[in-house]
Design a protein around this ligand. Structure first.
Ligand code: ADP
Ligand code: MG
Length: 636
C-alpha cells in the first residue's frame, strides 16, 4: 500500500472555516491549527507539537467531520487516546456539540461494543475513540478492515517514546495496525512534548510518512513561574497558604507519591479548602467521581499524583503547585501547563527540597526497566533520565529567567540569548521575562565560581570514589574520624573552601545540573566528573547560586501589604506544626485563613489584642495564644 498524498478532493478554505464556526463555535483558528487541518484534509501525514491548551483536538476533529460528510459513503476517523477518562470527556463534548462520535473501551459491555461497531460500520460516527490496546483485538481489526478509515489520529503521541515520561508499550502496536489496513489512511500525531528526540521517535515508531511538522511556540506568557526551595516540613504550610490566598480559584497540587497526596489533601480539607484527590491507589469509581467534582468546580482544588491530568480540559485552573520536584522539565512543563488554559493569568509554583532530588535519583535506579529492552538499552534510557533530571534541578537552582530556561530546554530560541554569559548559559536577570520569580528581582545572585572550581578539583582528586557529603567534608576541612582514617585530610583540596558544607553540597548539585559533574545513581551515589567537566576549567566558566532569602518579617511590611501578610501566615503556623501534630490535627485546622490574615495585619501583642482578631475565640486563645503571640513578637 503506498501513500497517495493529495488524492483527495481538497476541502476548500471557506468550507473549513464554516465548519469551525458553525460546528465548533470558534471564530478563527489558533496558531498551527489551519496548517494541520488543511494538510490532513489533503491526505498527508502530520505531526502537531503544540503546548497543552493550544487546541490540538480541533486539528483532527475538524478534518474528521469534513471527511465524514464528504462524498457518498460516510467514513470514520479513528482516534487513539491513552486514557478512558480522557476519551469519555472528549466524546461527551463532541456529542454535546452535535458531532457524531463514540468511544470503544472496556467501560462498555460486550453487546454495547458490538452495537458501536455496527453503527460505525454504517457510518454513524465521524470519530471513534479507541485505546491503543483495542487495536490488536481481532473483532476491532475485522471492523477496521471492512470500514473505510480515512484518518488515524494519535493523541498524546509521545506515549510511543521511551524518552517521554508517559511511555506506553501498547502505542508501539499502532504502526502495525495502520499497516494492516487495506488502504493506508492519513496519520496525524499530536503531542505537547517538545524535545526533538521524542518528535523523531514519534515519526519513526508510528511510521509517519513525510509528515508536515507543525510546532507552535511553547511560551505561555500568561503563566507566572515561581520556584522555591523549602524543607519538606514547611511545604504543607506554603501550599495551604497558596490555596487559602485564592479561595475562589481552582488549582492543582501535584505530589510525587500517593502518601504525600493523601497528606496534602487531608491538610487542605482540614484547612477548609474544598479539595479532592486523585492517584492510582483509588478505585476507578473514586477517581472518576473526584475528577468530575474537580471539573465541575464542586471541589476546585485537586491534589494528585502525575496520574492525573492528561487531557483534562479545565480551562479555569488558576494555579498548579508542585509539592515535589518532578523528574524532568518535560513532565514539569506539561503539568504546570494545565494552568491558565483560558489565557488568563495563572501561577505555577514549584517547591523543591534536597530530598526531592535524592528521590528522583532513587527512582531512576529502582526502575526495573522495560523488559523489552536489552541491558545496554536500559543503560541508555537511564543515562537519558539522568540528563533530564539534571535539567530539572538546573531549573530549580538557576538564577536565570525561568521561562527562558524552559524555552531553551525545548530548543526554542529566546530573545535574550545573545546576552548569554559564557559557558554557564546564564543570562543577566534584566533581560528576563518579568513574569517569573527570578525576573522579579526576588533572587539574589551570588558568584560561586571560585568554590565551584575547588569542588571540581576535589572531585578530580578523589577520583569519583566518594559521595556528596565526603566531598563537602574534605573541602570544608572536616575533622571527623572517617576523614582522618581514610587519609582524606592529606588531600591537596582538604580545607580549601570557606563556605559551609551545605553550600558546598548545593554547589555540587548545581554543577551536576550543568553536567560539569555527574552523580551516579545507586545506593551510595558517587560524585564524578561530568561530560562538561573540561569546560569548568576554562576562563569563561562562571557559576551563580541563588542566595536564600529569609522570609520578610518586618512589622511594617506586614501591616501595609496584604499579600505580604498572607505570606507571613504559614511562618506563624509552622511553629505550631509540632503542637498540632501532637494533637493529631493538621496545622491548618488551627486557624482559618481569615484569622491568619487578621493576625498578620494587626500583629497582636496581648491576649486582648489576640482575641480581637476575627476567628479567635477564648478556646483558641487558651490553646494557641501563647505560641502564636511569642512567634509574632519574634517576627517583629
Ligand atoms: P490540547 O489538546 O492542545 O491541550 P484542546 O484541544 O483540549 O488542547 O483545547 C484546549 C481549549 O482550547 C479547549 O477548551 C478548546 O475548546 C479551545 N480551543 C481550541 N481551538 C480553539 C480556537 N480556534 N478558538 C478558540 N478556542 C479554541
Ligand atoms: Mg489534548
Amino acid at each position: 500500500m503506498t501513500h497517495e498524498p493529495g488524492t483527495r478532493p481538497a476541502v476548500d478554505r471557506s468550507t473549513v472555516e464554516a465548519i469551525l464556526r458553525d460546528r465548533f463555535g470558534f471564530d478563527s483558528f489558533r496558531p498551527g491549527q489551519r496548517e494541520l487541518v488543511e494538510c490532513i484534509l489533503a491526505g498527508r501525514d502530520a505531526l502537531g507539537v503544540m503546548p497543552t491548551g493550544a487546541g490540538k483536538s480541533i486539528c483532527y476533529q475538524l478534518p474528521a467531520l469534513a471527511l465524514h460528510a464528504e462524498g457518498g459513503s460516510p467514513c470514520t476517523t479513528l482516534v487513539v487516546s491513552p486514557l478512558v477518562s480522557l476519551m469519555n470527556d472528549q466524546v461527551m463534548a463532541l456529542v454535546n456539540a452535535g458531532i457524531p462520535a463514540a468511544y470503544l473501551n472496556s467501560q462498555l459491555s460486550p453487546s454495547q461494543q458490538w452495537e458501536v461497531l455496527d453503527r460505525a460500520r454504517a457510518g454513524a460516527y465521524a470519530l471513534m475513540y479507541v485505546a491503543p490496546e483495542r487495536l490488536s483485538d481481532p473483532r476491532f481489526q475485522a471492523f477496521a478492515e471492512s470500514a473505510p478509515v480515512p484518518l488515524v489520529a494519535v493523541d498524546e503521541a509521545h506515549c510511543v517514546s521511551q524518552w517521554g515520561q508517559d511511555f506506553r508499550p501498547s502505542y508501539l502496536g499502532i504502526a502495525d495496525f495502520i499497516a494492516s489496513l487495506p488502504k493506508r489512511p492519513a496519520v496525524a500525531a499530536f503531542t505537547a512534548t517538545a524535545t526533538p528526540r521524542v518528535a523523531d521517535d514519534i515519526v519513526r515508531l508510528l511510521g509517519l510518512r513525510d509528515p508536515l511538522r507543525v510546532t507552535t511556540g511553547f511560551d505561555r506568557p500568561n503563566l507566572r513561574f515561581e520556584v522555591e526551595q523549602l524543607p519538606d516540613k514547611r511545604k504543607l504550610a506554603r501550599i495551604a497558604a497558596l490555596a487559602l490566598e485564592r479561595p475562589a480559584d481552582s488549582g492543582i497540587v501535584y505530589c510525587s507519591t500517593r502518601k504525600d497526596t493523601e497528606r496534602v489533601h487531608e491538610a487542605l480539607v482540614a484547612a477548609g479548602v474544598r479539595a479532592t484527590r486523585y492517584h492510582a491507589g483509588l478505585t476507578p469509581r473514586e477517581r472518576e467521581a473526584n475528577q468530575r467534582a474537580f471539573v465541575n468546580d464542586d471541589a476546585p482544588v485537586m491534589v494528585a499524583t502525575n496520574a492525573f491530568g492528561m487531557g483534562i480540559d479545565k480551562s479555569n485552573v488558576r494555579y498548579v503547585a508542585h509539592y515535589n520536584m518532578p523528574g524532568s522539565l518535560e513532565a514539569y512543563y506539561q503539568e504546570a501547563g494545565r494552568a491558565g488554559r483560558d489565557g488568563e493569568p495563572a501561577e505555577c509554583l514549584l517547591l523543591w527540597s534536597d530530598p526531592d532530588i535524592a528521590t528522583c535519583r532513587f527512582f531512576i535506579e529502582q526502575e526495573t526497566g522495560n523488559e523489552a529492552l536489552s541491558y545496554e538499552e536500559q543503560q541508555v534510557v537511564r543515562a537519558s533520565q539522568r540528563r533530564r533530571l539534571a535539567a530539572m534541578t538546573g531549573y530549580c537552582m538557576t538564577t536565570d529567567c525561568l521561562r527562558a530556561t524552559i524555552l531553551r530546554y525545548f530548543g526554542e530560541s529566546v530573545e535574550q540569548e545573545a546576552a548569554q554569559d559564557g559557558e554557564t548559559g546564564e543570562t543577566p536577570n534584566h533581560a528576563g521575562c518579568g513574569n517569573c520569580s527570578n525576573c522579579e528581582g526576588s533572587v539574589d545572585k551570588v558568584d560561586v565560581t571560585i568554590t565551584a572550581r575547588s569542588v571540581m578539583r576535589c572531585v578530580h582528586e578523589l577520583r569519583g570514589r566518594f559521595g556528596k557529603s565526603v566531598v563537602a567534608d574534605v573541602l570544608c576541612g572536616s575533622q571527623s574520624a572517617k576523614i582522618r582514617e581514610w587519609g582524606l585530610d592529606r588531600k591537596r583540596t582538604y580545607n580549601i573552601v570557606e563556605d559551609s558544607s551545605a553550600t558546598v553540597k548545593e554547589i555540587i548539585e548545581l554543577l551536576t545540573a550543568g553536567e560539569y559533574l555527574e552523580i551516579s545513581e545507586g545506593r551510595y551515589p558517587l560524585v564524578g566528573l561530568g561530560p562538561r567537566a573540561r569546560e569548568a576549567a576554562t576562563d569563561e566558566f562562571r557559576l551563580y547560586m541563588k542566595r536564600k532569602r529569609k522570609p520578610e518579617k518586618s512589622a511594617k511590611g506586614a501591616r501595609t501589604d496584604v499579600k505580604g501578610a498572607a505570606k507571613g501566615a504559614p511562618a506563624a503556623l509552622e511553629t505550631d506544626e509540632q503542637r498540632a501534630d501532637a494533637e493529631g490535627v493538621p496545622p491548618y485546622v488551627v486557624f482559618s485563613d481569615a484569622a491568619l490574615r487578621g493576625m498578620c495585619t494587626s500583629l497582636p501583642r496581648t491576649d486582648e489584642e489576640f482575641l480581637a482578631v476575627s476567628g479567635v475565640g477564648p478556646v483558641k486563645l487558651e490553646r494557641y495564644g501563647k505560641a502564636f503571640l511569642s512567634e509574632i513578637s519574634r517576627a517583629e
